[in-house]
Design a protein around this ligand. Structure first.
Ligand code: HEC
Ligand code: HEC
Length: 319
């Protein structure tokens, strides 16, 4: 006798014996409910849920995420364009609940064991797999604002920027005053050191600056610098760039005293030319100066090496 027949026999026996709903089944139900309740009380008392900081309406870097059990809906929303949001958020989940509600009316067979009802068991397992798959995909999906999310200094800087009313004089994303320069379009050559120095004491680097000295603390200076920097990614050059320059260019060009004097000194090139111009110049000087004695490096150096060199040169500036 295999397990299947055994099961049917047991089921038949039990059914014949009969267990009254009240009090037997109700008692079992009550015990189960009490156990679950006790577990909830225990969890609430000894493992309270993790709370995040107070909501801050000025913090646009916050990336809200639903609790794990709603991540599947969050993920399902991504398959629909904005105008069809209601389909993913209301109609589909509603239809699924409707099906669940109708199962007792649709699945009318006398069989009780899951294996005797392959269609409904299969549908149920399929549903669970979809749920698990969507939840997994959502947990892997990148945060909307990953760089800033992981950078508390940028967030702190943003807060200071608002508190100290920098926007009274400066623009970021075209919002703010026009007394000072826009801070999301700084020159490539602006270094973090220069920024920090300027924030500490604007008049020191820029005599007669109209920007007030704010007596900032060290960590406020670095937070503001990080915030401003987040709008001005400084393409860093690699350590290979100065070496490339020494090997290929320093026979003719000089940077801060190092190199030949057959060609212009490039120590201040970043103050006069931007990276894009420098890059084109290195690729083919003849397009700017038909009489150029400088060799064209397109094809001589790899594209990424020319890119690296251009970043290096764009940073050559005294401030
Ligand atoms: C009263 C107006 C005013 C306020 C307030 C102000 N700035 Fe300025 N800022 C200026 C002006 C004007 C300049 C232009 C150069 C100069 O005069 O120093 C400037 C220059 C700068 C620069 C250098 C930009 C560049 O590349 O030349 C930075 C960075 C800067 N401000 C950041 C800030 C921050 C951060 C705050 C808030 C803590 C702030 N500023 C508040 C007026 C202001
Ligand atoms: C044989 C000498 C020689 C070599 C080698 C050389 N250059 Fe030049 N370069 C010149 C001369 C001369 C000029 C001045 C303008 C012209 O003739 O094109 C110049 C101009 C430039 C300029 C433009 C300066 C400006 O004011 O716009 C850049 C940028 C530059 N070189 C970068 C490089 C880089 C990077 C390398 C190495 C990959 C390099 N050069 C190698 C001779 C050279």
């Amino acid at each position: 006798m295999n397990w299947h027949e055994e099961y049917r026999k047991k089921y038949k026996e039990l059914k014949e014996k009969g267990v009254p709903f009240f009090p037997d089944v109700v008692l079992l139900d009550t015990i189960a409910a009490c156990l679950v309740f006790a577990l909830l009380v225990y969890l609430a008392a000894f493992h309270p849920p993790h709370l995040e900081g107070l909501a801050d309406p000025t913090d646009t870097n916050y990336t809200p995420r639903p609790e794990w059990y709603f991540l599947f809906l969050f993920q399902a929303l991504k398959f629909f364009p904005g105008s069809m949001e209601a389909v993913a958020a209301i109609i589909l989940p509603g239809a699924l609940l409707g099906v669940l509600f109708l199962v007792p009316f649709l699945d009318r067979g006398p069989e009780r064991h899951p294996f005797d009802r392959p269609l409904w068991t299969g549908l149920g397992i399929f549903g669970l797999c979809v749920y698990a798959g969507l939840t997994w995909a959502a947990s892997k999906s990148p945060l909307a604002n990953p760089a800033e999310e992981k950078r508390p200094d940028v967030i702190a800087g943003k807060r200071l920027y608002a508190q100290l009313s920098c926007a009274y004089c400066h623009q970021i994303k075209n919002e703010g005053g026009r007394v000072g320069p826009a801070l999301d379009r700084l020159s490539d050559a602006t270094t973090d050191e220069w920024l920090s120095k300027h924030l500490r004491d604007p008049q020191a680097g820029t005599p007669g600056s109209r920007m007030p000295k704010m007596n900032l603390l060290d960590d406020e200076v670095s937070a503001l610098t990080a915030y401003i920097r987040s709008y001005n990614p400084n393409d860093p050059f690699t350590p290979a760039a100065p070496k490339l320059f020494a090997e290929n260019c320093s026979a003719c060009h000089r940077i801060r005293g190092e190199g030949g004097d057959l060609a212009p000194d490039l120590s201040e090139i970043g103050a006069m030319r931007d990276k894009a111009h420098i890059q084109k110049y290195i690729q083919d000087p003849a397009q700017f100066n038909p009489d150029s004695t400088m060799p064209a490096y397109k094809g001589q150096l790899k594209d990424h090496e020319i890119e690296d060199l251009s970043r290096y040169l764009a940073r050559q500036r005294r401030r």
